[in-house]
Design a protein around this ligand. Structure first.
Ligand code: SF4
Ligand code: SF4
Length: 384
């Protein structure tokens, strides 16, 4: 394993970490094998941004005896309600969710405590000047948390948060797709306030990701790179391959791209199992040719719009529609509605036709995706 400086914190973290995005519904054996294979390979950073109680319990069991070899990241500002992820600032819910983290992971200390998923300036103000930061600081002072971070998808929020001087760590999406999105994608932040395009002055004033990376370097705030594969959208091997002909990369190339940014300490892909983990660990022994990602270039800028990342940050849905999965299946059906796609769609507990078009998901999406429109499209494509 290759270890990188965790900013000025003084730790060394593995260049490849493990996120928990695809193991929410995994069984105990899958989680155990994933965790143990990762630890054996020298992975020492695990993010558990959210998780079902069972996932956390399985993680706790898998980490028994090796807890001191790894750093665990937990999040304050979300909860699991009736089996659905929910971003919330409800103090009682958030504290309870964090208490469960300590209990299920069987640990007294969270190594990195992220203030979760902030993409709005009013929210940032509430977080940094309200109970969330105060509570995180209390946990840090009492040894229940070592470092305080913030996770966001918005460059200007990230810049403001880092400049506040209150953060030890930043969690931010880093992948070629996100970095090639037109600046207008920042319009996502205007949702819920006023849906319009940015003016040229706003666009000019909006910080670039390069400016954010430089700031993190100056302030000694390491970046934990989430979504290094853009939710699989850019993977050559991905079954739906929606970006075929435009952007098709291997996990090794994606990781090389992410780690080419010096301020990134660690990338945290989500893995559904050991096979996927091994495809990323292959980066360690890959040749320069295999790591080469030069096919990513400026000619691709602006080619990608309304591209769902299948992250489900737009949840909860009042009808309990699995928005990410429904959208993914509808996207896959662009190449034709196959029997396999119909089988998978039919297996969903709630079909798109149950949508009441409340628009809540579109307002919540941090990437400015028309989530409701995608659900509508899925209903039309599959017919129910
Ligand atoms: S619509 Fe947005 S929040 Fe929802 S899954 Fe897609 S990218 Fe994520
Ligand atoms: S618009 Fe439909 S999918 Fe989106 S939150 Fe409302 S009911 Fe759920």
């Amino acid at each position: 394993m290759i270890y990188r400086d965790f900013g000025k914190i003084g730790l060394k973290v593995s260049a490849i970490g493990v996120g928990c995005e695809y193991v929410w519904t995994a069984d105990e054996r899958t989680v155990y094998d994933l965790v143990r294979t990762a630890v054996d390979a020298g992975v020492n950073y695990f993010d558990l941004f959210v998780g079902t109680p069972s996932t956390r319990e399985y993680y706790g069991k898998a980490l028994k005896g090796v807890r001191d070899k790894v750093y665990l990241a937990g999040h304050l500002g979300c909860a699991d309600l009736d089996g659905q992820y929910v971003k919330t600032r409800d103090e009682a819910l958030c504290r309870d969710f964090l208490d469960q983290f300590y209990e299920k992971l069987d640990t007294d200390c969270i190594d990195v405590l992220f203030l979760h998923n902030c993409d709005d300036f009013a929210d940032l103000d509430n977080i940094l000047n309200g109970w969330m930061y105060a509570y995180a600081k209390e946990l840090k002072e009492t040894g229940r948390a070592k470092f305080i971070g913030l996770s966001t998808h918005s460059t200007d929020i990230a810049v403001a948060a880092v400049k506040s001087g209150k953060l030890d760590v930043l969690m931010f999406p880093v992948n070629p797709l996100f970095n090639l999105l037109p600046q207008d994608s920042a319009d996502a932040r205007m949702k819920g306030r006023e849906v319009r395009s940015m003016t040229q002055a706003e666009r000019d004033a909006y910080p670039t990701k390069r400016e954010l990376y430089d700031l993190c370097g100056e302030m000694g705030v390491p970046i934990v790179a989430m979504k290094p594969f853009a939710a699989g959208n850019i993977l050559k091997s991905h079954e739906d391959g929606r970006l075929k002909g435009l952007l098709e990369l291997t996990p090794v190339q994606c990781i090389s791209y992410v780690l080419s940014i010096p301020q990134v300490a660690c990338s945290v892909p989500g893995f559904a199992g050991v096979d996927e983990l091994n495809q990323s660990l292959a980066w360690l022994t890959a040749t320069e040719e295999e790591r080469d990602f030069s096919q990513i270039n400026d000619s691709l800028v602006g080619k990608f719009q309304n591209q769902c990342m299948y992250c489900n940050h737009c949840q909860p849905c009042p009808r309990k529609i699995d928005i990410a999965e429904v959208t993914k299946l509808a996207d896959m059906a662009r190449g034709g509605v196959t029997d396999e796609l119909v089988r998978r769609y039919s297996g969903l507990s709630v079909p798109a036709s149950k949508c009441i078009h409340c628009g809540a998901c579109t307002k919540r999406c941090p990437f400015g995706i028309d989530a409701e429109g995608n659900i509508r499209r899925a209903g039309e494509v599959f017919g129910f």
